[in-house]
Write a protein that binds this ligand. Structure first.
Ligand SMILES: CCCCCC/C=C\CCCCCCCC(=O)NCCO
Length: 603
């Protein structure tokens, strides 16, 4: 019926257009002079539009080129400055305790440490393009630290890398988008101020995917970032440059952000540690985000680090009392050492399947090895099936994704109107332009065969009314309550689970499998802290199992793509998520510490 009505409407519109065209031709024949004026004006209008289009493109290319040159000049300045430095790797490879000790007893100066890290970071970035530009003022900070007689603080002289969307005074935060170039931050993000107060030296800014809604990293301003462990694979996103720089050995610790896995997925793919905090616990002041107006799905800033000890130190520094003094919107909840140091045995839930993506054998093995390791530390580990049963976890993530892209990405399309659009976002931008009826039909029809793919069309329909939007937010709130009830019912202290259902996908396929981020989305949806610990590496036996239908059979389109992408991933890092209830970051770190120790990975 709907199709018949639409066909009828089209026919009526065609007839109307034909009539208007015939009337216009008749009018122009009767008034040749007016006709030529109208045609000239129309021609000039079209020409004007074409000229304007090319003019905007020219301006936009010029703006981008100028910014690229400025970044290159900064890179060259620092590269020249550290050209003579030798054996920088000896400093860079020191453990965080050794480095702190050397900085505190004066056997290494802040300048020596900084220059060693600058050299290494630029060397790593030459291969994998993870740095957008150095922070030129770092040198001055090191100089004044060395000159001061103050008591050495928690991060005295430690270089910290910073994701490009986080404000550094004097620099713009672009997210790889032309429209943001030149919006210079007047002051540092609160978190950066907190780190500086602890004596840290922000030294490199790191790359991100255009718009930050992608697990690959490419943008027309700073280019593509590659995985330090395997250049054909994605380093993950959107805190890509951080993951790649730290994983590649060019930084010990850094700051990223996460609204759907952006801290955890790069950490997993690059073999490093991270902690996505509860929303609200860490100040977001000074973070560029495109979802500020959407209070139901909110990004967080969080720490990333090469090893557990560095992550702990960075988190302790971040969660210091002066954060809520600088940003009174953050609750005054400084790091609770007593909570972190408790040793009582815990009851920990685990799962290896969330009802959406089947995890591949190495990813299942990682969780099972983490389970055994935690049991060996005296904890009780029990199966937590809430995410799987009745598709509950899947439902929650569907609400989350739908609310996240509530405007069908209209805002991003507007911001990118005069820009080159990167592969990481173009497909989703186009999806948001499909007629709603087509998305709904696709969701319905595909739903019989592939519920995951169908749900993407379901999220892409947007909302017809405010009421419909508020209903979906209510669904999300109800889901949060059900999830909490299930957690409390099982009396859990923590949960361990996969970060991603496969090893890091290859760069050519990653943009086709964005929904595989769903293992992370769940903890954005419920707003629980979630850390990542690298547990194992893909072995030949894992791959044999993955490609043996007796052990693993891909069913959905996404699982088939991921399987293709897993070929050749031997040696790649696989981590697990450690999750706790909101505002229990200290407990989350405790579980991560126990797991790290039990795996024998303590630095
Ligand atoms: C209208 C398009 C519909 C697309 C449907 C796809 C559903 C969701 C895409 C979500 C992608 C999430 C990536 C999040 C990465 C991230 O955490 N970024 C952090 C920003 O600070």
């Amino acid at each position: 019926m709907i199709i018949a009505a639409k066909t009828h409407l089209c026919k009526m519109m065609l007839v109307a257009y034909q009539n208007v065209a015939a009337d216009t031709v008749r009018f122009l024949r009767g008034h040749p002079r007016t006709g030529s004026v109208i045609i000239s004006l129309a021609g000039a209008g079209v020409l004007g539009k074409v000229v304007l289009y090319f003019w905007y493109r020219h301006l936009s290319n010029k703006k981008r080129q100028d910014r690229q040159q400025k970044a290159k000049a900064n890179i060259n300045e620092v590269a020249e400055n550290v050209a003579e430095i030798t054996e920088s790797d000896l400093i860079v490879k020191k453990s965080i305790q050794e480095l702190r000790q050397a900085l505190c007893n004066g056997s290494l100066s802040a300048m020596e440490v900084l220059m060693a890290f600058q050299k290494e970071a630029l060397k790593v970035s030459k291969d994998i393009n993870c740095v957008t530009e150095p922070i030129i003022e770092a040198q001055e900070m090191a100089r004044s630290l060395d000159a001061s007689q103050e008591v050495k603080r928690l991060l005295h002289g430690i270089p910290v890398s910073i994701k490009e969307n986080i404000a550094i005074a004097g620099y713009d935060q672009t997210a790889g988008m032309e429209v943001h170039i030149g919006n210079i931050a007047r002051e540092d993000a609160v978190l950066v101020q907190v780190l500086k107060d602890h004596g840290a030296i922000p030294f490199m800014r790191t790359n991100i995917p255009q718009t930050m809604l992608s697990y690959d990293c490419t943008n027309p301003l700073y280019g593509t970032t590659f995985n330090p462990l395997d250049w054909s694979r994605t380093p993950g996103g959107s805190s890509t440059g951080e993951g790649a720089l730290i994983g590649g050995g060019g930084s010990i610790m850094g700051i990223g952000s996460d609204i759907g896995g952006s801290l955890r997925i790069p950490a997993d793919f690059c073999g490093i540690f991270t902690l996505k905090p509860t929303w609200g616990r860490i100040s977001r002041k000074g973070m560029l985000t495109h979802s500020k107006g959407n209070l139901s799905v909110r990004p967080v800033i969080g720490p990333m680090a090469r090893d557990f000890d560095s992550l702990l130190l960075l988190t302790q520094a971040i969660l210091s009392p002066n954060m809520s003094e600088l940003d009174p919107l953050v609750p005054p909840l400084p790091f609770d050492v007593k909570e972190y140091e408790k040793t009582s045995p815990l009851r920990i839930g685990f799962y290896t399947y969330d009802g959406t993506f089947q995890c591949q054998p190495p990813n299942v093995r990682a969780v099972m090895e983490a389970k055994a390791a935690l049991e060996a530390m005296g904890h009780e580990v029990v199966h937590f099936d809430f995410p799987t049963i009745m598709g509950e976890g899947f439902q929650g993530c569907k609400y989350y994704a739908h609310v996240l892209v509530a405007d069908r990405l209209a805002k991003l399309r507007r911001l990118l109107a005069n820009d080159k659009v990167s592969s990481g976002i173009s497909m989703n931008l186009k999806l948001g332009q499909l007629p709603v009826w087509l998305c709904k039909a696709a969701e319905f029809i595909i739903g019989f065969k592939d519920h995951m793919l169908a749900s993407v069309f379901g999220a892409a329909v947007g909302f017809r009314s405010v009421e419909e939007f508020l209903d979906k937010v209510q669904d999300l709130e109800d889901f949060r309550q059900r999830f909490l009830d299930a957690w409390l019912h099982m009396a859990l202290d923590a949960v361990i689970c996969p970060v991603f259902p496969s090893p890091a996908p290859t760069r050519d396929l990653v943009n086709m499998v964005t929904p595989a981020g769903i293992y992370c989305w769940l903890y954005n949806a419920v707003n629980y802290p979630a850390g990542v610990v690298p547990v194992t590496q893909v072995t030949k036996e894992d791959l044999d199992k993955t490609f043996d239908p007796k052990h693993y059979q891909p069913c959905t389109m996404y699982e088939k793509i991921l399987l293709k992408s897993t070929k050749g991933s031997e040696g790649h890092s696989i981590g697990v998520q450690c999750v706790t209830l909101p505002y229990k970051e200290e407990l989350c770190l405790r579980v991560m510490k126990d797991l790290t120790q039990a795996l024998g990975k303590q630095s």
